[in-house]
Design a protein around this ligand. Structure first.
Ligand code: 5RP
Length: 230
């Protein structure tokens, strides 16, 4: 699986040109991309990156990739990031690694987003992977009730749990928020659910990435498949 992730990352790297401003994703697949990008930089390629998490910031620095922030530059040429699920419209579930907020800010600031993944992430209908919803700890129960209502309005339901870190404590995002993971099974209308979740006051952001990815690079046993958004 790791070899497939690296293949997808390597293919996405072909889209990187000298001088580009890049969004650098988070997760085990994006990690390969940052590592391969570091090798290009070591050979003289000039790029600058905006990391989507503190983990990616640390890795990019260790790999010698120059970094900046969205306060210092006005847009990004390309973001390359992983995903937990990708459907035929290139709508995504992201946030398995807890970086969805910065990932979405960075993707939205980019002219183009390329998703890199092994082909197990490809689904007909989003929702098999628990949907991460980043929330403010204050008023959590009220926020969860509003989330349940949003689910009902978009025809989905399922258990929700506050994400825990490996040490058993509540997982805290880079932004200081919590994540609620919702086990929905299938989300028949992801754009509608995304809209409903976005207007809940205690929801900071959710893991539905609608209309952000333009290209998906999916690596599988049969080779690499590149899907462009129609
Ligand atoms: C992190 C993410 C990741 O991109 C997503 O979880 C995929 O990770 P991996 O490449 O390790 O499977 O959204 O918040």
């Amino acid at each position: 699986m790791d070899a497939l992730k690296r293949q997808a990352a390597a293919r996405a790297l072909e889209h990187v040109q000298d001088g580009m401003k890049l969004g650098l994703g988070t997760g085990s697949t994006a990690k390969h991309f940052v590592e391969l990008l570091g090798e290009k930089v070591a050979k003289g390629m000039r790029v600058i990156g905006v990391p989507t998490s503190e983990a990616t910031r640390a890795q990019a620095q260790a790999c010698g990739v120059p970094l900046t922030t969205l306060d210092e530059i006005d847009h990004l040429d390309l973001t390359v990031d992983g995903a937990d699920e990708c459907d035929g419209a290139l709508n995504l579930i992201k946030g398995g690694g807890g970086a969805l907020l910065r990932e979405k800010i960075v993707a939205a600031a980019s002219d183009r987003m390329i998703v890199i993944a092994d082909d197990t992430k490809w689904v007909d209908v989003l929702g098999r992977f628990p949907l991460p919803v980043e929330v403010i700890p204050f008023g959590l129960a009220a926020t969860q009730r509003a989330i349940v209502s949003a689910f009902a309005q978009s025809g989905v339901s399922g258990q929700m749990e506050v994400r825990k870190a490996k040490d058993g404590h509540v997982f805290v995002t880079d932004g200081g928020h919590w994540i609620v993971d919702a086990h929905l099974g299938k989300i028949p209308d992801a754009p509608r659910l995304a809209g409903l979740l976005s207007v809940i006051p205690g929801v900071v952001e959710h893991g539905l990435f609608i209309g952000l990815a333009r290209t998906a690079v999916l690596a599988g046993a049969q080779g690499i498949r590149v899907v462009e958004r129609r």
